[in-house]
Design a protein around this ligand. Structure first.
Ligand code: ADP
Length: 491
């Protein structure tokens, strides 16, 4: 059944959850007010789901999984429905970009980029659904052994507020392609695009109960979902502390998890690098989405002979950066909420108090509402690698520079944090590109390039505190399924 939900949304701005193919309020009727980070003003409500709502959604997902047809449908038919959802997202692209950008405060062009990436995920996983298969294994005489890739069952996807549409797409694409059913819990600060795409999934023809969306606070809805005994697998993107809580909850049921927990990603710039090519990429890697990006390039290691030159060129660019409202489409938007703004400002204040050199600061647009959650981008130079600002994930537009003397030191500094998500290497020396790429502990390494987000076909995930398991690409399809081995005896 197709519900005409967009009209309801447009008039009332009271968004509803999706359970078993239908829009529903929270059982308690409680709501959370949605504020726009650009001006701090309310413009919508979402349901405040709690443990009862989670239970209702998990039961719907369980029934949809057990009853079929989803998990038993030919893989190409599941793929077609995902592709169809991608097409609907494309048709509603302007609406979704505007919604995402208003809900999160990100510049509208980033909202559009998120829509484009989301479409690619549904295309990719729509196409991949029937292209993943098991093996036959040479075994004893008189036997044939083979493997199947089977869905886990009910998957819980707990997603963050920084790139809701993209992260929803990578979870939904991989989980549904493999025949799982899903309960998605978006972040309380950015749930609108998830709900809207949940509505489009109904329109695309996904069977009832296959994709359920429950909004609510992390400590209520999120905690209930990760601890639910009928959830078979949990995938989470967010902070390490919340990741630990979710893993502990899932461990009580001995369920598998995929964890993507952020980073403190380095870019290493050697003296022979193409600096002109590197500069805009180095700046964008920390400014994109206001630095609220797991894979933000937040540390730049510069070979000493070019340190002053690169620091000065980055400083010039930082001086010109301007933060402002999402619809003004400036270099960066507002932070997601007042707590995040404070957190970034506290990091900056304590680094400056500790005597770390501020090379440059951007500015906030004079027209920006004073009630918005804006922060000024800051470039810190000559940072002590042990300093807090060099070690902890700020999740804001704060870039730190370090000097190094040789390749060994560059690798040591690059690996000198608890994280290991992404790294960038800038050098024209081919042998060095390979050597350094292999020795840097990061799930993705870019050479003479850097990409935060995007690249739907590229496996993504971390080492160390950045998490475990892999999302994106074909690898995610393995995380979202389990191997079953079948042994036939026929002697
Ligand atoms: P932040 O601290 O910036 O809000 P989180 O990593 O805590 O980021 O949030 C990411 C997602 O995890 C959100 O959907 C949030 O609601 C959810 N969440 C937060 N706390 C918990 C928890 N204890 N259990 C499960 N989910 C949670």
């Amino acid at each position: 059944m197709v519900h005409n939900l967009s009209r309801v949304v447009a008039q009332d701005k009271h968004f509803l959850n999706i359970v078993n193919g239908r829009p529903v309020a929270a059982l308690s009727q409680e709501t959370i007010t949605v504020l726009c980070p650009s001006d701090g003003l309310a413009f919508a409500t979402i349901p405040a789901g709690d443990a009862d709502d989670v239970d209702r959604a998990v039961r719907a997902a369980r029934e949809a999984f057990d009853r079929g047809p989803w998990s038993r449908m030919p893989a190409f038919e599941r793929g077609r429905l995902l592709t169809r959802l991608g097409q609907l997202i494309e048709q509603h692209g302007d609406e979704l970009a505007a919604l995402e950008s208003r809900d999160t405060g990100k510049p509208i062009r980033q909202g559009r980029a998120d829509v484009a990436a989301a479409i690619r995920y549904y295309e990719f996983y729509g196409g991949a659904a029937d292209k993943i298969h098991g093996d036959t294994i040479p075994f004893l005489d008189g036997y044939t052994a083979l493997t199947l890739r089977e869905p886990h069952g009910v998957v819980a996807g707990i997603i963050p507020w920084n790139y809701p549409m993209q992260i929803m797409a990578r979870v939904v694409g991989a989980a549904l392609a493999m025949g799982n059913t899903l309960v998605i819990k978006p972040a309380e600060d950015a749930s609108l695009s998830t709900i809207r795409i949940g509505e489009l999934a109904i329109e695309a023809g996904l069977p009832d109960g296959v994709l359920n969306v429950i909004t609510g606070y992390g400590r209520e809805a999120g905690a209930a979902l990760s601890a639910h005994p009928d959830v078979d697998y949990v995938t989470f993107t967010g902070s390490p502390a919340t990741g630990t809580a979710i893993q502990q909850a899932a461990a009580a049921n001995n369920r598998g998890v995929t964890m993507e927990l952020g980073g403190k990603s380095p870019q290493i710039v050697f003296a022979d690098a193409d600096i002109e090519k590197a500069l805009p990429v180095l700046v964008n890697a920390i400014i994109q989405n206001g630095g609220q990006t797991c894979s933000a390039g937040s540390r730049i290691l510069i070979e000493r002979p070019i340190y002053d030159e690169v620091a000065a060129a980055l400083g010039e660019r930082f001086d010109k950066l301007v933060a402002g409202p999402h619809d003004a489409d400036l270099d960066l938007g507002a932070m997601i909420n007042p707590a995040q703004k404070r957190r970034v400002e506290d990091y900056v204040a304590s680094a400056a108090e500790a005597g770390i050199d501020v090379i440059a600061r951007g500015s906030i647009d004079a027209q920006a509402p004073t009630t918005g959650y804006y922060v000024v981008p800051v470039l810190f130079g000559a940072v002590d690698p042990a300093a807090i600002i060099a070690q902890e994930e700020v999740f804001g537009p704060v870039l730190t520079l370090f000097a190094f003397d040789d390749e060994q030191e560059a690798i040591r500094l690059a690996n000198h944090t608890d994280y290991g998500l992404v790294a960038g290497i800038w050098t024209r020396d081919g042998a060095r590109q390979h050597r350094v790429a292999k020795r840097v502990r990061a799930g993705q390494v870019f050479v003479n390039a850097y990409g935060a987000g995007g690249g739907v076909e590229l496996p993504f995930g971390g080492f160390k505190k950045s998490g475990h398991g892999r999302e994106k690409g074909f690898e995610a399809l393995y995380d979202m399924s389990a191997t079953k081995t079948i042994i036939f005896r026929h002697d």
